[in-house]
Write a protein that binds this ligand. Structure first.
Ligand code: UD1
Length: 417
């Protein structure tokens, strides 16, 4: 199994290019089930999660061609002949669930094995299912599977108890071909949802309000194949911003949308990092003395939970007391015990972590417990004295394209074994 080895203490410089957003590409691949004709995703990130969801589509006989040289994915859904994707693949990737909405819209039926618990929390799917039920689907649960059926989906008013990203996306996709109008209130507002809606609208859907808390979908008869280039990955960009700050460096990050990064920019600026953005290029200067801050993760436009562990790495290395409160997932501090092994002073109390920063992090062997936790441990390694080995790096490969190569190009001493 691969591990990443980091020798800390290097200052970074130069530039890094950001890929397209994993969390845009996964629902966009699922949405391609809805297209008559070929759907093409350009500039797609070549990530493990992208390969798994592509295999999920192949397991129901969609044709998915991935060109790793040109970062292009071509999907033809005309041959889909099964309503039940491979259980083993679905278990590998929770986002596989995103095929439910499109399958229901296009074929009126889907059967999928229930996602298990995962490291960062139980992550139920009740809101997805409530949405499908409101659109007229019949849901059956049993034997570890969920099956949804509908002769015809009919537009409806849906109020989400919580602005779930996945539920919002799944309901939008299901409603694209429902009869009449669907309104989702308290919808998630993440930029990736707007990107998905833009993709679906290019295909011929009628969606307005995506990116706000109220989304309106007017059903259409059919959707077509299109070509789309997804938005930049704001979490990858945020991770490299922290890499610059934690190594007290000045770096250039190419491929950002300032609007999408506002909560991260605001926190880093509050800490004393100097950030300038022009068009899609961000210049970060972390060479000043940084201050501790308090962070509370919230649905967008609040501070993203997917940046929480990386910020914990930074705060662990900044003198003073910081408090992080995680409100989205109930068990997303798995990285804290690993960071403590590196000398970080972190106390967990329920959903809050109190961090007493130190400039004396020391390298040791640590374990990536999930995708972002793994990235955060690499960041700790950049700041720590000595050598850090991050084990179980497959978690990181799910969401970062060649993270060690990008860091090495910036001047870090890092390699994969
Ligand atoms: C998506 C992102 C993930 C990010 C998360 C929150 C993708 C592929 N993944 O995950 O990287 O961390 O948004 O920004 O885009 N919940 C329910 N019932 C449901 C659905 C969700 O209770 O039916 C709860 C979850 O348990 C969790 C919270 O809502 O506590 C947020 O989950 P959600 O927004 O749905 O996250 P995902 O779509 O799974």
């Amino acid at each position: 199994m691969d591990k990443i080895v980091v020798k800390g203490g290097k200052t970074l410089s130069g530039e890094v290019k950001i890929c397209s957003a994993k969390n845009s590409v996964l629902p966009i691949i699922a949405a391609s089930i809805l297209g008559n004709g070929e759907c093409i995703i350009e500039n797609a990130p070549m990530l493990e999660d992208v390969f798994v969801i592509s295999d999920v589509l192949r397991s129901i006989s969609a044709e998915v061609n991935i060109d790793k040289e040109s970062n292009r994915i071509a999907i033809k859904s005309s041959g889909i002949s099964s309503i039940e994707p491979s259980c083993d693949l679905v278990k590998k990737l929770r986002a596989s669930f995103l095929i439910m909405g499109p399958m229901l819209a296009r074929f009126g039926r889907v059967r999928i094995s229930l996602p298990g618990g995962c490291n960062i929390g139980t992550r139920p799917i009740d809101l997805h299912l409530k949405g499908f039920t409101a659109l007229g689907a019949e849901i059956k649960l049993g034997y570890g599977y969920v099956e949804a059926r509908a002769e015809k989906l009919i537009g409806s008013n849906i109020y989400l108890d919580f602005p779930s990203v996945g539920a919002t996306e799944n309901i939008i996709m299901a409603a694209t071909m429902a009869e009449g109008e669907t309104i989702i209130e308290n919808a998630a507002e993440e930029p990736e949802i707007e990107d998905l809606a833009n993709y679906l609208n290019k295909m011929g859907a009628k969606i307005t309000g995506a990116g706000t808390g109220k989304i309106k979908i007017t059903g259409v008869k059919e959707l077509n194949g299109v070509t789309h280039k997804p938005i930049y990955d704001r979490i990858e960009a945020g991770t490299f911003m922290v890499a610059g700050a934690i190594t007290k460096s000045r770096i250039k990050i190419i491929g950002v949308n300032e609007e999408h990064l506002k909560p991260v920019i605001a926190k880093l600026t509050e800490m004393g990092v100097v950030i300038e953005v022009e068009k899609d290029v961000l210049i970060l200067d972390g060479r000043r003395e940084l201050k501790p801050v308090d962070i509370k993760t919230m649905p967008y436009p609040g501070f993203p939970t997917d940046m929480q562990s990386q910020m914990m790495a930074l705060l662990a290395s900044v003198n003073g007391t910081s408090v992080i409160t995680e409100t989205i997932f109930e068990n997303r501090f798995m990285h804290a015990p690993e960071m403590k092994r590196m000398g970080a002073n972190i106390k967990i109390d329920g959903r809050s972590a109190v961090i007493e920063g130190t400039d004396k992090l020391t390298g040791c062997q640590v374990k990536a417990t999930d995708l972002r936790a793994g990235a955060a441990l690499i960041l700790c390694g950049l700041a720590a004295e000595g050598v850090t080995e991050v084990m179980e790096i497959y978690h990181v490969d799910r969401g970062y394209v060649a993270i060690e190569e990008k860091l090495k190009a910036l001047g870090a001493e890092i390699y994969r074994v």
